[in-house]
Design a protein around this ligand. Structure first.
Ligand SMILES: C[S@@+](CC[C@H](N)C(=O)[O-])C[C@H]1O[C@@H](n2cnc3c(N)ncnc32)[C@H](O)[C@@H]1O
Length: 270
């Protein structure tokens, strides 16, 4: 197992070898997750770990899947979705075709939440949702769209708080233990792998959602990713970061106007 003091060396190695920057990640979380990966892979010391990272690039995917934080939930922070419905959807309505990028989609909860609300506002039929993540494991789960029933009471409460009109259950098929998202909601979503740190513009989109992802990046990297979002938006396009992240200290803040200062929803103006 590695120690706290070994983390910088591993972070440096990953960045040098693969271009992935985990500098801004919480050290405690990184330590826990790297050690879990080592345990699962039968790696005992830091030398074994470094050897694995350098000499077995084919296992790097597994490593990434283990160390990223995939926590998510349906209708997480309902005020955020409420604001999207009130402040962004009316603009989107005017477009004949709407492209939306959900960056760092984790297991798909955020993207499916959005798809449900778009459907209820009669916008899903002209929308295409692109959901991306660095983790192949997260993307596989997203595509399957299978979720445990244990948190559905909370999800349902959040769904109504953010303006949901129907019953959340109608969007799933349940066997009592788990619920599977309806195929109808899946058909307008394209899940694919994209690394915000190293990959380029994904697609021009009228709305980009990226919540609870930048918090893991240092300032320099946040700026780089925000610039990527800027380049992926047309003028009048929206960037929705959620209440934990901000454009405030970035180099591109003057290119946006604030739509919702609390939920950090911005519109590109130049
Ligand atoms: C905490 S989850 C957030 C999920 C969702 N956006 C939400 O707010 O509920 C963070 C996600 O960002 C992804 N992620 C981390 N680094 C990334 C990167 N460099 N490129 C793309 N996705 C990344 C992780 O794999 C994880 O699924």
């Amino acid at each position: 197992m590695i120690e706290f003091s070994d983390i910088d060396e591993i972070v440096f190695l990953i960045k040098k070898q693969y271009g992935y920057d985990f500098e801004g990640y919480s050290r405690a979380s990184l330590l826990r997750r790297i050690n879990r990966f080592m345990e699962l892979s039968g790696l005992v010391t830091i030398v074994h770990l470094k050897n694995e990272l350098v000499n077995n690039p084919e296992n790097f995917n597994t490593f990434i899947n283990e160390i990223v934080v995939n926590v998510s939930e349906f209708f997480r922070d309902p005020d955020f979705f409420k604001s999207l419905i009130n402040n962004v959807f009316p603009y989107l309505e005017s477009y004949p075709k709407i492209n939306i990028w959900s960056a760092g989609c984790s297991f798909g909860e955020e993207t499916y939440s959005l798809a449900i609300l778009l459907k209820e506002m009669n916008l899903l039929c002209k929308s295409r949702l692109y959901a991306t993540d660095i983790s192949t494991n997260a993307l596989d789960k997203s595509k399957k769209g299978i979720y445990s029933n244990k948190d559905f009471k909370e999800y349902s409460k959040n769904y109504f708080s953010c303006g949901g009109k129907e019953s959340l259950n109608q969007y799933f098929v349940s066997d009592g233990q788990k619920s599977i998202i309806n195929a109808e909601l899946k058909k307008d979503i394209l899940f694919s792998r994209h690394n915000l740190v190293t990959d380029g513009v994904f697609k021009e989109c009228q709305l980009i959602l990226c919540r609870n992802v930048l918090i893991y990046f240092n300032d320099e990297l946040q700026n780089k990713v925000l610039k990527l979002f800027y380049d992926s938006l047309p003028v009048h396009g929206f960037l929705a970061l959620g209440n934990k992240e901000t454009l405030r200290f970035s180099t591109i803040q003057d290119k946006f106007r604030i739509i919702d200062g609390k939920e950090k929803i911005y519109q590109k103006i130049k």
